[in-house]
Write a new protein. Structure first.
Length: 367
């Protein structure tokens, strides 16, 4: 392994000069996580968002599960008949983006860094993963808004979000999947693919556009399984200067289990998006993802436009801020085109929906 090569990437990726302790030492924590319970692993990420004192990286795997984006409608993106019959858990994560299938043949990675040090682009965050794969002769590359490809097929989807801590600081989480030896038949059965998304990419199905990394390994690495692949990535990170390896204490595990039970295993969290009655429903596929807007309008005073009583903005888009912040800026306001455009222009919508602009969202609502 070329540790010097990784150290260069590490310096570049994490603005390394600012990530030092009082002695001027460079530092990062590699958390060892052998848990494979999906609710607990989602809770582990949030636990680290709340508590991690240093820049953090973690590798992990899940038992069979569908992980949906924070802004997605679970009922419209998951084949619940299939998941129930196959005993596959469905979990909502903290980041936006689309639904993905996890099993023990899928290795996941998580980076958490202070917002001031976070790279702006997804490709920069993915560089260490790409370098690690090239070390074992897999020619990986970043593509599109948040995908990683090898041989022109997708093996990873990535997403990110910001997180406000109680002390007033803000951190950013970037995480991604790495399909290594996942069961592709279950992947196709568990997810409901949006036909418009497939048409926009010029491909036929979910299964047709993904690849398992194990099929791309050169002969000298053919014996590597998913567990060994995760260990390889951990060793790759652990070999860089300033990286300290840690495991979760029993006290931390207890807090994580409690959060998993109270939040991530709850139906309220899973089905929270898109519930209720709406009288305006609009949906469109953009370059930055699918956006579906549902609005409940109520009558206002005579001669005035209706008022937005409730709004739900869903989709597989990605944003650094919680979409409810944007929704709250529109509730109670007049549902009139110029007014909505003005409100969205003042809201800095790109923080909530990366790649979007006020005009595009306004046109969608009133199209």
């Amino acid at each position: 392994m070329n540790i010097k090569l990784f150290a260069v990437v590490f310096d570049f990726l994490f603005c390394y000069n600012s990530l030092t302790n009082s002695k001027g030492e460079k530092k990062m924590i590699l958390w060892i996580n052998r848990c494979t319970e999906p609710y607990e692993n989602m809770a582990t990420e949030e636990y680290l968002l709340m508590t991690a004192a240093e820049p953090t990286v973690m590798l992990w795997r899940n038992e069979p599960a569908v992980i949906i984006g924070k802004n997605q409608n679970a009922r419209e993106n998951v084949n619940f008949d299939f998941t129930r019959a196959a005993n596959i858990k469905v979990v909502r994560r903290l980041t936006g983006g689309g639904a993905v299938f996890h099993d023990l043949g899928n290795v996941n990675y998580t980076f958490i860094v202070p917002e001031r040090d976070a790279p702006e682009s997804f490709s920069e965050f993915s560089e260490p993963i790409i370098k690690a794969l090239k070390e074992i002769s897999i020619n990986a590359e970043a593509s599109g808004r948040n995908d990683l490809l090898a041989d022109d097929k997708k093996f990873s989807g990535t997403a990110r979000c910001g997180y406000d801590r109680k002390d007033g600081s803000r951190v950013v989480m970037h995480h991604g999947t790495l399909l290594f030896s996942a069961d592709m038949s279950r992947l196709a059965g568990a997810l409901v693919t949006d036909p418009e998304k497939v048409r926009s990419k010029g491909i036929k199905s979910t299964a047709a556009r993904v690849v398992n990394l194990c099929t791309l390994l050169p002969e000298e690495h053919k014996s590597m399984n998913a567990e060994a692949f995760m260990k390889y990535l951990e060793d790759f990170f652990a070999g860089a200067d300033g990286v300290k390896v840690k495991s979760f204490s029993p006290e931390a595990r207890a807090q994580i289990k409690a959060l998993a039970k109270e939040k991530y295993a709850s139906e309220d969290w899973l089905l929270r998006a898109g519930s209720g009655d709406f009288n305006v429903k609009k949906k469109k596929r953009f370059d930055f993802g699918t956006v579906e807007i549902r609005i409940l309008c109520s009558a206002s005073e005579v001669g005035m436009p209706p008022i937005i009583s409730k709004i739900s903005i869903e989709g597989d888009f990605i944003g650094d801020r919680d979409i409810t912040g944007l929704e709250n800026k529109l509730v109670g306001k007049y549902f009139e085109k110029n007014n909505i455009f003005s409100l969205l222009s003042d809201a800095d919508v790109v923080k909530y929906v990366r790649g979007a602009d006020p005009a595009a969202l306004t046109e969608l609502m009133f199209d």
